[in-house]
Design a protein around this ligand. Structure first.
Ligand code: GLN
Ligand code: ZN
Length: 727
């Protein structure tokens, strides 16, 4: 066996330092570029990454971490797990059909990758799925890197996690079939002269049954028994392996990867004889690594393992490329930061320091601060509020509304860029935003919606916009992180105490309301989501940080109300994202304070003010009790794309307030038919009393075009009116 080099990373960003992949994908989808041009961009990005990692002195380079859309999707395609309806002429087109749908064929479901803001496409596996390995992608990348003089370690999603994340695969009934293909893959890679392969099994940092852990062990016993194969490195991340660690250690795999940022270095006694790839540089935040802490963890592992490799805690996919490009940041903040390139340099430096390192005692840990006192809030029970709101608003049954944003036109984005560069003055920009608000209001009036929105044209992003108007945040210029497909976000950096110096949204909402007699919803982002989608200071308990943000949101809610806003929506699409992956008690504790923070943000509103909330991609069904406990008067949730799974939950019937299960999947360019929408609304009416059902899309409309939105909303209104007449 070829020894594992002293340093590595589990993966690297792939969207491109200047979002080259995003542009190439969108050009291809719009018919402005050929598949060859898209492929060339991909090849250039991969080459640039390998060269850069090599230049930085990284020991072992990963490959197959690139993807045109998503690595879980790539794994499904590699294994031949492609439902017939998506098969296309090229692997890319097959992937895009699965991820985005095609004419008349809705896409596969998409959901969050563990507790990150990255989304993967959920593979669909059935008894009819015929697994058939196509190793072209991983093999192609190995060869491509080799042509550049780089030996690489292909990174693949492991067979057990692949199935656990799949629709129809999570009972592991098809594990043996999938393992057959992975065995074949190992043979192919050995034939290519590959020394090490990485299989990611992050599913095992979450709570797993004994049967699932036994399946993990069986899988790697089988793969380990392949006679001609590369050395096996099984990576875990986003937490500790718990009981899965001894199970995995009992198999013949040569190396095991541990997240030592989130997982404690416990139970390491089982690692004798193994190479341990020690994740001590966080792939989940943007802070520089505490060198002493990292060395202590490495030394603790070295006592037990045959070899220690310094690594990142997970793929660097979740952080931006390079902090040195951020010349607009306050130097005092910037010097605390490390992005992907800087983290690679830290890994390399730690690997160099490790041989001579000695243990320094760990400093005493401070006891966590006492929990912030939480007031339930001053609002009356729902029934009282509902009556007051019915009187104040006078809405018809099955009211039609949207989630907030309307399409962001190129013109607006250009105007924002011009404002930032000084080419456009504040007054001219403001004029453009107002014109857009007016257009959105007129459109909604024309289409017959019942509760209008101003369309959020002034916002670049639902979190960044608030971060830019709150103290304690910094925003980057180039700090893009992939969210899904070509979509990226630029998470703000929450580095200090949060405070709202002045009202943020009131003037836009008031302007919109001045244009119409219909109610206009004020639109805010909730405290949990603002924190979840930011990189957050690590010197305060997360809960304290969320409460600081909640207080800022509370002030904004009160100012909106004082300005005459009758409905305020406080979005919490990330509520489930911060849910601890392991431990029922931990999850309950989290939900308790997260709900308390939301209520702190919203409970300053009076009874007549209708509070809405919105959750998306959040698998709301699994935290329905907590969603209910938010005590919002109306909750809209993603539903169209998860095939209304939410409505099948028995708990939905007991959900005591207004609910709008999304009936239009806004993540796809497809416009739903009236029949589809009607079926979805009827599904809601089958489990909820009509006076509590709302009709709305799954999420904001900002990624869609006006023609799509117009057609879809026309459909929603038509269906609502038809069903209303029959109530
Ligand atoms: N109000 C936001 C919008 O419509 C909500 C977006 C979200 O849930 N991700 O864009
Ligand atoms: Zn949403």
């Amino acid at each position: 066996m070829i020894p594992f080099p002293a340093s590595t990373v589990l993966g690297y960003p792939r969207i491109g330092p200047r979002r080259e992949l995003k542009r190439a994908l969108e050009a291809y989808w719009d018919g402005r570029a050929t598949i060859e041009e898209l492929r060339r961009t991909g090849a250039e990005l991969r080459a640039a990454t390998w060269r850069r990692l090599d230049e930085l002195g990284l020991g072992a380079l990963p490959s197959n971490t690139f993807s045109c859309y998503d690595h879980v999707l790539d794994t499904a395609i590699m294994l031949g797990a492609v439902p017939e309806r998506y098969r296309a002429a090229t692997p890319e087109d097959t992937a895009f059909a699965m991820a985005r749908g095609t004419d008349g064929v809705p896409p596969l479901r998409m959901t969050k990758w563990f507790d990150t803001n990255y989304h993967y496409i959920v593979p669909e596996i059935g008894p009819e799925t015929v697994f058939r390995l196509d190793p072209a992608k991983p093999v192609g990348e190995v060869r491509e890197a080799r042509a550049l003089g780089c030996e690489t370690r292909p990174v693949l999603l492991g067979p057990v996690t692949f199935l656990l994340l799949s629709e129809g695969g999570s009972d592991l009934g098809r594990l043996d079939d999938v393992l057959g293909e992975y065995e074949r893959l190992l043979g192919v890679l050995a034939g290519e002269g590959v020394a090490w392969v990485q299989f990611d099994e992050p599913a095992f940092v979450a709570d797993r049954t004994a049967a699932e852990i036994a399946a993990l062990r069986r899988a790697y016993e089988r793969l380990g028994a392949v006679t001609r194969r590369p050395a096996l490195f099984v990576a875990s991340y986003f937490g500790g392996l718990g009981d899965a660690l001894p199970a995995l250690a009992a198999t013949p795999v040569e190396a095991i990867g541990l997240d030592l940022v989130r997982g404690a270095p416990e139970g390491l006694g089982v690692l004798a004889g193994k190479t341990v790839v020690a994740g001590v540089v966080s792939g989940r935040d943007v802070w520089r690594t505490d060198r002493e802490r990292a060395l202590r963890a490495l030394l603790a592992v070295r006592e037990h393992a045959a070899q220690v490799v310094v690594s990142t805690s997970c793929s660097l996919l979740h952080v931006p490329y390079d902090v040195t490009r951020e010349d607009g940041l306050d130097p005092a903040v910037r010097e605390r930061l490390a992005f992907a390139e800087q983290k690679v340099a830290e890994v390399v430096e730690l690997a160099a320091a490790l041989p001579g390192a000695v243990t320094a005692p760990a400093p005493a840990v401070h006891a966590p601060a006492a929990p912030a006192s939480v007031s339930g809030g001053g609002r009356s029970p729902y029934a009282v509020r509902a009556a007051a709101q019915a009187e104040a608003l006078g809405l018809p049954p099955l009211p039609v509304t949207t989630i907030g944003s309307f399409p962001q036109t190129g013109e607006l984005r250009a105007a924002r860029a011009a404002l930032a560069s000084g080419e456009l003055d504040e007054a001219a920009y403001e004029g453009l935003v107002r014109a857009e608000i007016e257009r959105v209001i007129r459109l909604q009036e024309r289409l017959g919606l019942d509760v209008l929105v101003h369309g959020e044209p002034e916002r670049n992003d639902m979190v960044q916009y608030f971060a830019e108007h709150l103290e304690g945040f910094a925003v980057t210029r180039h700090g893009w992180v992939q969210s899904y497909g070509s979509r990226c976000t630029r998470p703000p950096i929450l580095h200090g105490d949060v405070r709202r110096p002045a009202p943020i949204t009131v003037r836009w909402t008031s302007y919109a309301q001045s244009l119409t007699a219909k109610p206009v919803k004020g639109m805010l982002t909730g405290p949990v989501t603002i924190v979840a989608w930011s990189f957050v200071r690590d010197d305060l308990p997360l809960r304290e940080v969320v409460f600081q943000v909640a207080d800022a949101v509370r002030e904004e809610v009160r100012d909106l109300e004082a300005a005459g806003t009758a409905i305020v929506q406080v979005d919490e699409p990330a509520l489930r994202e911060l849910l601890p992956l392991r431990g029922q008690a931990e999850r309950e504790r989290y939900l308790e304070w997260a709900v308390a923070a939301y209520r702190r943000a919203t409970s300053g509103a009076g009874d007549r003010t209708q509070i809405h909330t919105h959750l998306c991609y959040s698998d709301a069904e699994s935290i329905l009790a907590a969603v209910d406990a938010l005590d919002a008067d109306v909750t809209s949730v993603e539903s169209a794309r998860s095939h209304a799974r939410l409505l099948a939950e028995p708990a939905v019937a007991g959900f005591g307030r207004g609910l709008g299960p999304g009936v239009y999947d806004i993540h796809s360019p497809r416009v739903p038919t009236e029949a589809e929408v009607e079926k979805s609304v009827r599904a809601a009416l089958a489990v909820l009393p009509a006076e509590r059902v709302w009709v709305n899309p799954d999420c904001g409309l900002k990624t869609r075009t006006y023609p799509q939105v117009e057609a879809a909303l026309t459909t929603l209104v038509a269906v609502a009116r038809r069903l209303r007449a029959r109530l």
